[in-house]
Structure formats: structure tokens, C-alpha cells
Write a protein that binds this ligand. Structure first.
Ligand SMILES: [Zn+2]
Length: 220
């Protein structure tokens, strides 16, 4: 049976009434579907129960695509340049991990690559893959698995730690020679902000519900 779903209203798909309990006063109450921009409030204490954030999918799509562009820039351009005694050394993220790998610290090299390349790419690539078609009520093949994968990768994306690492190494390398921050570093800053905004733009519950609605529509 094809059900008409009013716009991008959220949450729930189930026909039975869904109940939610208030996080503040524990009052159990029915959870209505919301139109975009609306919020549901507790009948007893008036605190917000949940909300259908305006343009949440547009925000997630925009920031994840911006993050992917910053990611390319961060890998193409060097993050750090050291001038010392007539020598000039430029280092990109991958080169930094590679240097660690070849200088006997293979494990740290692999871990650095995982935290700064693999996990952020999975996170932002996955969010874009899922959120972009969802804006039109569609789900690409494997959207459920992709969502699981990128949500699992979230805690492992540690670009901000890497960013602090660069700043610390800047202080240390300052004694050796002239150190400059390159385009790659600023792209990395942009990437960290876009990743944070993309993940804050939409909550997990909303994403799962919207996916379920899109997959339900596909089947019927
Ligand atoms: Zn309450």
C-alpha cells in the first residue's frame, strides 16, 4: 500500500501511535509527526521533546559536499612547509603518515592514516551519499549499510586531533627552521568545521526515520 507522506514530515512510519517520554519529567505522551521547522513540546513541563529541523537534509548535504572539497584540497596542498639551512620540505597529510610509516613507526603511520584519511572520508562521503538523495525522498542502493558504516566511523574521525598535532609540531619545528602553514592546513581547518556542522545538522533518529520512509516508499 502506498502511503502519502506529507512533504518531509518526520518522525515515524508505523501506523500505531508512537509514544515518547520526556527527558525532563518522564511524562509519557504521543509523538505526533511534525512538519519541517516544527517542534514537539512536553504536555506537562513544556520542554522540547524533539524537532524537525528546518532544511536538515539540505544542510547535511551542503556541509558534507563542502567537507569533501576541503578534503581534496587538504590532500593536494602541503599543510606545513619547513625552511631550514637552504633546504625546503613540504608535507601533505599522506606524506606525513608515509614518513611515519617508513621511519620505523609503521603502526602509528597506519593509525594516523586511518584517523585522518579513511574515517573522515567514510564519514563525509557516506553522509553525502545518503543525505543528497534523501532530500528528494529517495535512497541509493545500500543506503542502510552506508549509514551504519559512516555512523560507526564517526568516533574514529580525529581530524581536530591532527590539527592540534600540526600546531604542536609547528612550535617544535620552529627551533629548526622557518615553518609556514600551507593551503592544506587551512583546508584542514575548513574540513574540521564542515564535518562538525554536517553532523550537527541532522540527528541520527531523524536520519534513520527518513531513510525508513524513503525505503518504504521504494518498496510500495
Ligand atoms: Zn516534561
Amino acid at each position: 500500500m502506498k502511503r502519502t507522506l506529507p512533504g518531509l514530515s518526520w518522525p515515524r512510519l508505523s501506523d500505531e501511535p508512537i509514544r515518547v517520554s520526556c527527558h525532563f519529567c518522564d511524562a509519557l505522551q504521543e509523538a505526533p509527526r511534525l512538519l519541517e521547522g516544527d517542534a514537539a513540546y512536553c504536555i506537562r513541563c513544556g520542554e522540547m521533546l524533539y524537532q524537525n529541523r528546518p532544511r536538515s537534509l539540505a544542510r547535511a548535504t551542503a556541509f558534507s559536499s563542502a567537507a569533501l572539497i576541503f578534503m581534496i584540497l587538504a590532500h593536494v596542498f602541503p599543510s606545513i612547509t619547513v625552511d631550514s639551512g637552504g633546504m625546503r620540505k613540504e608535507l601533505t597529510i599522506v606524506e606525513a603518515a608515509d614518513a611515519l610509516f617508513h621511519e620505523g613507526n609503521a603502526l602509528i603511520g597506519i593509525v594516523a592514516l586511518l584517523f585522518t584519511v579513511v574515517a573522515p572520508l567514510t564519514l563525509m562521503g557516506g553522509l553525502f551519499y545518503v543525505a543528497a538523495p534523501l532530500r528528494f525522498g529517495k535512497a541509493f542502493p545500500g543506503a542502510l549499510s552506508v549509514t551504519r558504516l559512516f555512523l560507526l566511523s564517526e568516533p574514529w574521525s580525529m581530524l581536530e586531533v591532527f590539527l592540534v598535532g600540526i600546531l604542536v609540531s609547528l612550535l617544535k619545528l620552529g627551533a629548526v627552521g622557518d615553518v609556514h602553514l600551507g593551503t592544506g592546513f587551512w583546508a584542514l581547518v575548513g574540513l574540521v568545521f564542515c564535518t562538525a556542522y554536517a553532523m550537527a545538522g541532522i540527528d541520527r533518529l531523524e536520519l534513520w526515520d527518513r531513510l525508513e520512509i524513503a525505503l518504504h516508499d521504494k518498496k510500495s
